[in-house]
Design a protein around this ligand. Structure first.
Ligand SMILES: Nc1nc2c(c(=O)[nH]1)N[C@H]1C(S)=C(S)[C@@H](COP(=O)(O)O)O[C@H]1N2
Ligand SMILES: [Mo]
Length: 204
């Protein structure tokens, strides 16, 4: 390589590197977003590393078509972006730009049986939580895979986090591996320990 070419490459690298590091979206449609990266972590067993090669999103229970999808198969479905507030029972709220697949798209693929009224979300580390099927068919409920333009990581819940607008943070399951449709409401990890199973954000 000539010295000039070398210098040009070096300059290009210097100019491009800070831009790449700054990929996180900080404001969206005039809304200031909470930062993707944080100090604290309140999840029951800390960050989880879910294996990419063997990962499958399973949809099971009261459905006609059980699903087993790779990460890429889910990402290939139509996605939407929306700014949402995630309020934790601890008192804090984050405002984040999520990108994901509408949950009702996945549910439509799985074809719920008429007796199904509830969906449990099961996570890699054993966490679980659930919500009514009717709520989950709503426009704004997503299986989220990006926050502020960045893919979820081991702290944020790779591969998927449930985006449940209007519901408290403990309904926003991270590291989702399996959905299970049931006839009756079930209690998840925090719900079994006394937290409300409806988890209305307005009741905080
Ligand atoms: N798998 C799993 N998902 C989880 C939790 C957890 O401990 N394990 N904690 C919940 C709680 S209490 C909150 S407030 C949110 C925090 O989500 P965040 O990391 O996107 O802020 O994740 C929820 N999802
Ligand atoms: Mo929470």
């Amino acid at each position: 390589m000539t010295k000039a070419a070398c210098l040009a490459l070096l300059l290009a690298a210097l100019i491009c590197a800070p831009a790449a590091a700054g990929d996180e979206i900080k404001t969206y449609n005039g809304v200031k977003l909470s930062p993707y990266h944080r100090e604290y972590d309140n999840s029951i067993r800390g960050p989880q590393k879910v294996a990419r090669d063997t990962y499958r999103l399973k949809v099971q229970g009261l459905i006609k078509k059980p699903l087993s999808l790779t990460y890429q198969q889910v990402l290939a479905l139509a996605s939407v972006k929306q700014v949402v507030d995630m309020p934790c029972v601890e008192g804090w709220t984050e405002t984040l730009l999520y990108q994901g697949v509408r949950l009702r798209e996945l549910l439509a693929m799985a074809q719920p049986k008429p007796e199904a009224t509830w969906v449990m979300f099961h996570s890699a580390e054993g966490y679980s939580t659930g919500l009514p099927l009717k709520y989950l068919m709503g426009d704004k409920v997503l299986l989220g895979y990006k926050i502020n333009g960045l893919p979820l990581d081991a702290t944020r819940g790779w591969p998927f986090q449930l985006v449940a607008p209007g519901k408290l943070g403990y309904k926003w399951a991270k590291w989702i591996v399996r959905l299970e449709l049931t006839a009756k409401p079930q209690k998840g990890f925090w719900e079994k320990r006394g937290y409300s199973n409806s988890a209305e954000a307005a009741d905080r």
